[in-house]
Write a protein that binds this ligand. Sequence first.
Ligand SMILES: [Fe+2]
Length: 194
Amino acid sequence: MDNYVTGAVIRRLRESKNLTQDALAEKIHVSGKAVSKWETGQGFPDVSLLEPLAQALGISVIELLSGEDVRNRNRSSNLRRGKFYVCPICGNVIHAVGEAVVSCCGITLPPAEPEETDDEHSIRVETVEDEYYVTLGHPMTKTHFISFLVAVSDQGIQMIKLYPEGNAEARFKINRVKFLYAYCNRHGLFRKKL
Ligand SMILES: [Fe+2]
């Protein structure tokens, strides 16, 4: 985890729940003075209190630690606006269709911001029968390679994991695909609109 829970976060969340310090304290069986100390930076809640504290504030422990209160107001999520999170440590790839706080290998991951493709990361697309044959002329060495390719439609995503020394290529069902994404381990996420 990047940071431990801060007093400012506890105060903000407590106030947004319209709880007094005493009311919050009562829910988690501590004194009002203890809550006051946390909020003014004179102490931290014991780690054993994180779970009950998060519960009392109506959020998850990871939201509490990241200081972000995640709410998806528009529950009809839009796949085309989905986000990719890539763990720099283990290479895990997580796709979210709405707002999320994503943690892997002990760090909170920012969403990968897609860039328009450039010369080194240009995505070539050929139509072969009912598939897109997608290739990149990008290096595929152990230290610099395309680690995954994704085709996104309004109905779902198709993701192909790639490996160093393999080919930077994939086949995707054409089925309403609107965007192609390629992720370079050094240069990040690139997007091509179809
Ligand atoms: Fe690259």
